[in-house]
Design a binder for this molecule. Sequence first.
Ligand SMILES: [Zn+2]
Length: 81
Amino acid sequence: MAVPIRTCVGCRARSPQTEMTRLAVDGAHIINSRTAPGRGAWLHPRSSCFDLAQRRKVWSRAFRQTGLTMSHPPALVQDSE
Ligand SMILES: [Zn+2]
């Protein structure tokens, strides 16, 4: 079965969703969840992609909701290169 392809909200590159982490909204908090209902934003689990997303303030657009806070950053691996 084909793996769905998602666009990273940080670097905008497309990857299989199995290689990415999913962010969702719970109330006014952005959480890291693959199963939470509602809109999701997909991100490579890299700090560089997370930083890009933060700098571009993509959250309000990705979730169509403003005033969101990140209660804890998603599990990220540091770039090794
Ligand atoms: Zn990315």
